[in-house]
Design a protein around this ligand. Structure first.
Ligand SMILES: Cc1ncc(COP(=O)(O)O)c(C=O)c1O
Length: 390
């Protein structure tokens, strides 16, 4: 969504672009550096990308691409971390809460640790990405589309860094998520997803607000970097897990997790968990190419009603994930009940997907030491009560 829609357009903001780092897998500086240095200043910031800066704002993207003789992946309208006046994300997030869930683990046949992001600021891991993004981009106004958790995380992050945001939300979003965005000072626009898609509406808004940063809740290197702090924390926790299981929607959580773990040298296997009703990521992994759901899937897990993985996420997940476990709607509800009754945790349906994967594939995980990410706890009381009473 942040790509320049017209590749020949003049730079509107910062004259910074990304190119792919051909040595990304080994986390090395690209061999092309000396070559690039002759023609553009550049910065080696991401393991996946090299940031190149054109000498002039008046040079078009396609001409700069021709000068460099390589495709420019994406415009970065951000600032370098050193230039941000705000504290870095690692200093602002609450560390994840690691809970040894003995009763729940015994019931599921595994040695189970829950990494609970339900106590994170705004009640989900999304604050990691939202704060990192809001504190890094130059723009003072940020527009996003979110079913709720990214929206409220962004609203809180903007409040902290004194910026404003507009959040496009489906009218079916959990009421408490809509209320929370407004409470943190964010503006909400509710849309009927049967009449327009979130992406289409965000595109319209982007055209109206040329100076705003358009933030994808998952498909943005800054989002992935922010979420990577969870992987770094788990790697540094000094526990040795056979695998980590995390929910997959657009793929920002899992791709960040993998990035953070690998950057810390932790080789633990990472599985994704996805509803059967929204199994685009599982189908993509099986087929080897990025596939999408045709319409927003009607799963109870409202955080993963996405149409497909993001491009940046897919690039990391297609090789980085050990597998994706597809779970039924009943298994999602059962895992919400189990987390409440056996681990004293209030987890929203999306956040319970990791535990649902243990119900869906018991043989695969039996006897293993498993960490499930409980990624969020924002659930309407009415829905939560209905799930608990079965
Ligand atoms: C609680 C929760 N868990 C997991 C996810 C999925 O994250 P991603 O879209 O980054 O895969 C979401 C997305 O909104 C969420 O709200």
């Amino acid at each position: 969504m942040n790509d320049e829609s017209n590749p020949d357009s003049e730079f509107r903001g910062a004259n910074e672009f990304q190119i792919r780092n051909p040595k990304a897998e080994r986390n090395e500086r690209p061999a092309l550096c000396s070559d690039l240095e002759l023609r553009a200043s550049f910065e080696f910031r991401h393991s996946d990308f090299v940031i190149v800066q054109s000498p002039s704002r008046r040079l078009s993207k396609s001409r700069f691409s021709a000068v460099l003789n390589r495709p420019l992946a994406r415009t970065i309208r951000g600032v370098t971390p050193e230039a941000s006046p705000h504290p870095p994300v690692g200093e602002v997030v609450r560390p994840t809460t690691l809970i040894e869930a003995q009763r729940l683990g015994r019931r599921l046949g595994v040695a189970l640790t829950i990494a609970s992001e339900t106590f994170q600021h705004t009640g989900s891991f999304k604050f990691r990405a939202a704060y990192h993004l809001a504190s890094q981009v130059r723009q003072r106004h940020i527009i996003t589309a979110s079913s709720g958790n990214f929206g409220q995380a962004l609203a809180r992050a903007c409040e902290l860094v004194h910026k404003s945001c507009l959040v496009v939300m489906p009218s079916t979003s959990a009421r408490i998520k809509v209320d929370a965005v407004r409470e943190f000072g964010g503006e909400v626009e509710l849309i009927e997803v049967t009449q327009t898609t979130r992406t289409a509406r965000v595109r319209e808004l982007a055209a109206l607000h040329g100076d705003a940063y358009i933030a994808s809740p998952y498909d943005d290197p800054l989002v992935i970097e922010g979420n990577a702090t969870l992987g770094t924390e788990l790697a540094d926790a000094g526990q040795s897990f056979d695998c980590i299981i995390a929910p997959v929607g657009g793929g920002g959580l899992t791709s960040g997790l993998i990035r953070g773990l690998r950057a810390s040298g932790c080789p633990v296997q990472v599985y994704g968990a996805e509803p059967e009703l929204a199994n685009d990521a599982a189908r993509s992994l099986r087929s080897g190419s990025l596939l999408a759901n045709e319409t927003e899937p009607p799963t109870i897990a409202d955080g993963v009603r996405t149409l497909s993985l993001g491009q940046h996420n897919w690039a990391i997940l297609r090789d980085g994930l050990e597998g994706i476990i597809e779970v039924s709607e009943e298994q999602i509800k059962e895992s919400v009940r189990l987390l409440f009754t056996l681990a004293n945790l209030k987890v929203e349906p999306t956040g319970a997907l990791g535990v649902a994967a243990l119900l869906a594939a018991p043989k695969l995980f039996y006897g293993h030491t498993v960490c499930c990410i409980a990624s969020g706890g924002n659930v309407d009381p009415e829905l939560f009560r209905n799930i608990l009473v079965g």
